[in-house]
Every structure is written in structure tokens, then in C-alpha cells.
Design a protein around this ligand. Structure first.
Ligand code: CIZ
Ligand code: SF4
Length: 323
């Protein structure tokens, strides 16, 4: 199947992009790899059809930033965090902020649907990623505005702690006084990491380093040696090549690091932190899609409604300008 995929890819002049959280056998066949920010940038500059192996919001971002190419996905897998920010919930939250006379800029993590990004853009807001959330939120606060941050309450809270400002989840007691008001969403995978896992590893290996993603809870981030985006974790591991490191993020990425960069890597959780959405895409799915495109059919072609695409693009471009 691997050989067939390579042949079809070449014959059809198709680029394959894959996120670090994808299954190893899928990831290894990709021409373009990276985290969501890197992939959005890399796929924006290609001219041939694209197969995006990742979750739906990533395929959507690729199509929005490069509307002239065909973007296919082997599986339309949906990120559970993006799904939490349902359109009506986001709109109700924005309404509540307005009723409370709160002067705010909405900022949505790139892990959100095109619809959410479009709503945010219409309210004068923009997107951010886990590597630039501090910069983007700092900019919004410097406009003397509050921030409505969505969907990830952990990234919002962790960034507030970094900036030394107050954050609350919308609806919590005293939420109106916070500088960063967070939507009540989270990542089902990164919530698995617990402070006790860090205690366990430190007891077992007193010299171990702990690196986590800021989608983890603030309690976990507080106990870690390092918190950063997927690319930043990779850099951290590269600069601590001979040390033991326990990592708190998706397991496919951790295993890839262990195999390719540093063998002394441990997975922080006692439960397998596997993203069900990212793991939906199999080698067979990739093969079937290529075969179908070869037969002149193809499916799961990403289309974003014109008005949504226009506004979501604004939200993404505002971020790119600022970071
Ligand atoms: O949790 C995710 O989906 C992440 C970290 C995506 C990304 O690459 O930013
Ligand atoms: Fe979504 Fe979490 Fe999976 Fe990332 S790891 S795609 S945020 S559910």
C-alpha cells in the first residue's frame, strides 16, 4: 500500500500534508509536516492539489488560505475542542459580554471551526496559536480591551498566568472583572495529564525534565519545567538531547520524538494520550482517497462557504500580520 500511495501521489502530482499527531505510517508519507501553524503556512504556498491528514479545522484553514487548490481529507475527523465551541454557544457568550457592557476583542485558538473564526472576525477579533497566544493577547490588552478567549480555557488561563493578568471562565463568579474571559472548552487529550504524574516521574528520576503543551491544566503547567507548542516542545527536546524528559502531549508525536530525536523520552500520562480524531486517518484511508482521485472521482473535498471563508481568512491574516 505504501508503494501504491507513493506511485499515485507522483502520478497525480498531489502534495500530502500531515500533522505530528497523525499515525506514524501516515505521517511518514507526507511531503509537508508540522504543527497546525507550520502546516497553515506551508500549504498556503503550493499550487498542486493537497491531501491534508489531520483534523477538519486544519483542512479548512488550508483551503481558506489557498482557495485556488483542491484540498481533500482522507477522513473528515473533527477535533473535539473545536466542536465544543458550537456556533450558538459562541454567539450567546458574545451576547452576554455585550449585555455586561464589556469592551472586548475575541481571540480564537486556531483549533476552532471556520464558522467560529468567522464569528470572531466579524466582532473585530482574530486567531492565535499556542506559540503566539502571548503576543496576540498582549496586543489586544494593549488596546485597553478585555479578551474573550476561545475555545480552550487552559490555553487562555495559562497565557494569562504568563502575562500576570486575571482570567476567569465566562459565567464563573466575578468573571466580569477578569482581563481574559475564557470560553469553557478544553482538549480531551491534554486534560489527561495530572500533577501527580509529574510527582511520580520526579520521584522515580530526580533529574528528569518535564515538558508539556499549554492545553494542559494550569496545575500541570505550573509543575512542569517547560510549556510550549508542538514546535516549541520539539526545540526544547533538541536542546536537551542527552536528558530524560517526560512529555505531556499527544502520543504519536511523543513516540516520533523518542524514535528520531532522543530515546530517553517518557510519556507523562498513565493513560494513553491518543487523539481519537487525529487517529481516525489510516493508511488505507489515504490509499482509498488517492485511488478515487485517480479514477476521476475523489471525495471529502473541503469547501468553505464564501462568506465564512472571507471572514475566517481575515481572522487568520490578522494573526499572521501580528506574529
Ligand atoms: O492539540 C492540538 O491539536 C495541537 C497542539 C495542534 C497544533 O499543532 O497546534
Ligand atoms: Fe483537538 Fe485535542 Fe485532538 Fe488537538 S489533541 S485535535 S485539540 S482533541
Amino acid at each position: 500500500m505504501v508503494e501504491e500511495i507513493k506511485k499515485l501521489k507522483e502520478k497525480l502530482n498531489i502534495t500530502i500534508a500531515a500533522h505530528y499527531y497523525e499515525k506514524k505510517e501516515v505521517f511518514e508519507l507526507a511531503d509537508l509536516t508540522g504543527d497546525s501553524l507550520a502546516l497553515a503556512k506551508k500549504t498556503a504556498n503550493i499550487n498542486n492539489p493537497l491531501i491534508f491528514c489531520g483534523v477538519k479545522f486544519m483542512g479548512e484553514s488550508a483551503k481558506i488560505l489557498n482557495p485556488n487548490i483542491d484540498v481533500y481529507m482522507p477522513k473528515l475527523a473533527d477535533c473535539s475542542m473545536a466542536r465544543m465551541a458550537k456556533e450558538n454557544l459562541v454567539e450567546n457568550n458574545i451576547q452576554l459580554l455585550k449585555e455586561n457592557n464589556i469592551d472586548f476583542i475575541p481571540i480564537t485558538y486556531i483549533n476552532s471551526t471556520a464558522k467560529t473564526k468567522a464569528i470572531v472576525a466579524k466582532e473585530g477579533g482574530l486567531t492565535c496559536t499556542s506559540s503566539n497566544s502571548k503576543k496576540i493577547i498582549e496586543w489586544a490588552l494593549s488596546q485597553n480591551k478585555k479578551v474573550f478567549f476561545l475555545p480552550d480555557k487552559n490555553l487562555g488561563t495559562n497565557t494569562a498566568i504568563k502575562l500576570g493578568v486575571k482570567s476567569k471562565i465566562i459565567g464563573e463568579v466575578g468573571w466580569q472583572e477578569a482581563d481574559i474571559i475564557c470560553f469553557d472548552g478544553h482538549c480531551s487529550v491534554h486534560q489527561l495529564f495530572m500533577p501527580e504524574h509529574i510527582d511520580f516521574y520526579r520521584e522515580r528520576y530526580p533529574d528528569i525534565k518535564i515538558a508539556v503543551h499549554p492545553e494542559c491544566s494550569p496545575e500541570v503547567v505550573a509543575k512542569a519545567d517547560f510549556a510550549g507548542s508542538t514546535s516549541q516542545i520539539l526545540e526544547y527536546v533538541k536542546s536537551h538531547k542527552n536528558e530524560k524528559i517526560a512529555i505531556g502531549t499527544e502520543i504519536n508525536f511523543v513516540n516520533w520524538i523518542k524514535e528520531n530525536i532522543n530515546p530517553n523520552i517518557y510519556i507523562l500520562s498513565s493513560t494513553k494520550p491518543e487523539c481519537p480524531s487525529m487517529n481516525e486517518t489510516t493508511l488505507k484511508d489515504l490509499y482509498n482517497l488517492l485511488k478515487s482521485i485517480d479514477e476521476g472521482k475523489g471525495y471529502n473535498k473541503i469547501e468553505v462557504e464564501k462568506d465564512i471563508a472571507k471572514n475566517a481568512k481575515k481572522a487568520l491574516e490578522r494573526m499572521m500580520e501580528l506574529s
